[in-house]
Design a protein around this ligand. Structure first.
Ligand code: SD4
Length: 322
């Protein structure tokens, strides 16, 4: 049976779940719980795909995408392509609370963060440097995109790009989000007062073209929250998923009375109509604390793991992909 409060997040990022739960337990609001939970992953560099030191872009730089949405007020703060600042979710919250804007990007977002007192630091690590160096040393990358875009040619690194020419194939990043290179933290928290907050944090897609912003900081794509209906958060191939506003869609399905699991499945099925082998998953929670998840089956990905914490305890849950 549905119970409140509820913390649910993508992937088995247990410490993030615990941190969010502890935040609620010590009197924090849903907003604080989502911020602290996602911060925990940024700090731990969950799977190398959240926080600093992972997913280097074509130039070897790690940049971060994050958002937070308050489902009571429908306020949002987000950052895309954030440079040199480790705590992306907290900067997103600062955008929400200390500006009248919803999304800041790139160097300007970093300057905003610095002005707000966030520490400016190098986001590269030995790991991200070696991922980048290895990629540069290879002539052509294994083309995961073939599964998604059957017509795609082998995609190669930036050295193959002719100056000033942006052919169709070069619009695809050489090697981006796949099952071995996944993991945005997406988190939904419902506190005792039934406030619903959703958030995301990620370092995006490996070897992305500098300037690429994924789905995670896009309202309705990476996450959505409306305390009168529910919330959702997505993970996977952001370049594809953001075209469907999956989180918004899932919340709207729940508003119409659909069960969370069904809402998640319908969203995944819609994307599959256009991209049958895309890699992605979504988690959903309705306003009473019911929750669900769904994922898209693709090579190497049959099951999706996510975390749940409510008054009955904490558990890692597994859903079979459709
Ligand atoms: C992105 N959605 O930037 C993110 C990455 C991700 O699981 O979630 N991977 O596309």
């Amino acid at each position: 049976a549905a119970q409140l409060p509820l913390v649910i997040n993508t992937w088995p990022f247990k410490d993030a779940t615990q941190r969010a739960w502890d935040t609620l337990h010590s009197g924090g609001l849903a907003l604080d719980a989502v911020e602290k939970g996602c911060s925990q992953c940024e700090f731990e560099q969950c799977d190398g795909t959240v926080g600093y030191g992972g997913s280097p872009d074509e130039h070897g730089e790690t940049t971060l995408d994050a958002m937070i949405m308050n489902g009571n007020t429908i306020e949002v703060g987000a950052v895309g392509n954030l440079r040199r600042i480790k705590s992306a979710i907290s900067v997103a919250r600062a955008v929400m609370e200390h500006s009248s804007h919803s999304l800041l990007v790139g160097e300007s977002a970093s300057i905003f963060a610095q002005n707000m007192g966030f520490l400016s630091e190098d986001l590269t690590s030995n790991t991200s440097l070696s991922i980048h160096a290895e990629w540069l040393s290879k002539k052509c990358q294994p083309n995961y995109w073939k599964n998604v875009f059957p017509s795609a040619k082998t995609s190669c690194g930036p050295y193959k790009r002719k100056e000033g020419q942006w052919s169709k194939r070069h619009r695809m990043p050489a090697h981006v989000v796949d099952v071995h290179n996944h993991d945005t933290i997406g988190m939904i928290v419902i506190d005792k007062s039934r406030s619903i907050v959703a958030g995301t944090s990620t370092n995006g897609a490996t070897h992305k073209i500098p300037g690429r912003v994924g789905d995670s900081p896009i309202v309705g794509a990476g996450a959505y929250a409306d305390s009168t209906a529910g919330a959702a958060a997505a993970t996977g191939m952001g370049d594809i998923m953001m075209r469907f506003l999956p989180s918004y869609q899932a919340v709207e399905y729940m508003r119409l009375g659909m069960e969370p699991t069904t809402a998640c499945q319908k969203v995944i099925a819609r994307i599959q109509k256009y991209y049958p082998k895309f890699f992605g998953a979504i988690i959903c929670a309705n306003r009473t604390g019911g929750y669900g998840a769904a994922c898209s089956k693709c090579p190497g990905f049959n099951q999706f793991h996510f975390m749940v914490h409510n008054p009955s305890g904490t558990s890692e849950q597994i859903v079979d992909c459709i």
